[in-house]
Design a protein around this ligand. Structure first.
Ligand SMILES: [Ca+2]
Ligand SMILES: [Ca+2]
Length: 242
């Protein structure tokens, strides 16, 4: 059992519903303290002791850094850290763990390749694991109300080889991963011009007015998506709410 996925999707229109969904599914709930009555005092003391020895505080350096790079408060960061430590005792999330988190959220479909791409976009130091700092920055990028910030992240998701540009092959690759998230019964209800990953990629690419062999810079990508509701919709998949 590990932490919740930081970014299943890019909520394109922040609504009250999205916010509620976000707080219940995406954020590891800040530790509010167990209110269960203690069975006996001795056990309680032992438990407190254990807590104190197991828990290592977040380093000042990381805390200061995160306060600068995100809008989270010191208290929020500390609570998430505590939660993260509890659920990921190694302090790192592996690609396999990340895939498992995603597959729990998409039980009807194959979330593996999408999870791999998201993982890659968050693993900024390319060491093959997500540490707490990368996790919090991921949370910040995807939970902020700012559309441009989310789109900066979306750009990094689509920039598969991390060269600073998106080409059509990369768009196709991400569209293939997104497609696998869509349950089969939903796939057959898709519009004719987006019912395969290739068609979805063609449609999305057409909004940027680029030739097939041209590439997109970050600014062009963000502008193109902001200006076009369909492009915004096609860059991610939002499961139908039950
Ligand atoms: Ca890393
Ligand atoms: Ca690229």
């Amino acid at each position: 059992e590990c932490v919740s996925p930081p970014a299943l999707l890019i909520p394109h229109r922040p609504t009250a519903q999205t916010d509620t969904q976000y707080s219940s599914h995406h954020l590891p709930a800040p530790h509010t303290g167990d209110v269960k009555p203690a069975v006996n005092k001795e056990a309680q003391v032992a438990q407190e002791k254990k807590k104190l020895t197991c828990r290592s505080a977040i380093s000042k350096e990381i805390l200061e850094d995160l306060k600068l790079t995100t809008k989270f408060t010191e208290n929020e960061i500390s609570q998430w850290y505590e939660n993260f430590q509890k659920q990921c005792p190694t302090g790192r999330i592996t690609p396999e763990e990340f895939e498992q988190i995603y597959s729990r959220f998409f039980p009807e479909s194959d979330a593996k390749s999408y999870a791999r791409h998201v993982f890659r976009s968050f693993d900024t130091n390319d060491d093959g694991t997500l540490d707490f700092k990368e996790y919090i920055i991921a949370l910040h990028m995807t939970s902020t109300g700012k559309t441009t910030r989310k789109l900066e992240w979306a750009f990094s998701l689509f920039d598969v080889d991390k060269n600073g540009y998106i080409n059509k092959t990369e768009v196709t690759e991400i569209c293939q991963a997104i497609f696998k998230l869509i349950p089969k019964e939903e796939q057959c209800k898709l519009p004719q011009d987006e019912n395969t990953p290739e068609k979805r990629a063609d449609k999305l690419w057409s909004y940027f007015e680029k030739k097939d062999n041209e590439r997109l810079a970050e600014g062009e990508f963000i502008k193109g998506v902001i200006e076009n509701e369909n492009a915004m919709r096609l860059i991610h998949y939002e499961p139908i709410k039950q």
